[in-house]
Design a protein around this ligand. Structure first.
Ligand SMILES: O=c1[nH]c(=O)n([C@H]2C[C@H](O)[C@@H](COP(=O)(O)O)O2)cc1CO
Length: 156
């Protein structure tokens, strides 16, 4: 399986889960190319050393680049535990673009996921999954098998 994958995680809404994003991205590489690897790059500074390049771009350039990558991707995986306007927007745009979507939420954080995210689950091409890191391998495998099947069906 070799897909182009758009990964979403909080940036300006807080970098507390950046290390988890990095670990998810390294698992995603088994399934293809991660178009937004910078979301998981480890950083010490508040906005992130890894975003030095991002800082060279204007907000509208970041938005244009991300929409282009969203259109290009074959699947979107979002870590939605840390609430982020940018991630919510990306998920909404991916719904409109009819991309397969996997949203990953850790209930252990004590927060309650937005109904506007949990409510898009359809058991088919949009999966909203409560997870623990120990479940990730199985969850990703299951999701990308679905994506593969959908692509094969669409080719017929
Ligand atoms: O510099 C950036 N680069 C970028 O690609 N994004 C995208 C990717 C992330 O999945 C998402 C994070 O949004 P936010 O910054 O609102 O938490 O938006 C967001 C920012 C900063 O808002």
């Amino acid at each position: 399986m070799k897909f182009e994958i758009y990964f979403c995680g909080s940036i300006r809404a807080g970098r507390q889960d950046a290390e988890i994003y990095r670990r998810i991205i390294s698992k995603l590489k088994k399934y293809g190319t991660v178009l937004t690897e910078f979301v998981g790059t480890n950083d010490d500074s508040k906005e992130g050393e890894s975003h030095t390049k991002e800082r060279e771009l204007s907000d509208s350039e970041i938005h244009e680049r991300d929409i282009r990558l969203l259109e290009q991707c074959e699947a979107l995986v979002a870590e939605v535990t840390q609430p982020s306007l940018g991630v919510g927007y990306e998920v909404g745009r991916a719904v409109v673009l009819k991309k397969p979507i996997l949203c990953l939420f850790r209930p252990s954080c004590g927060k309650i996921l937005s109904a506007l995210i949990r409510g898009i689950h359809n058991e088919e091409d949009i999966i909203i999954k409560d997870y623990k890191e120990s479940d990730l391998d199985d969850t990703l495998q299951e999701f990308f098998e679905k994506v593969q099947k959908m692509q094969e069906k669409n080719k017929k």
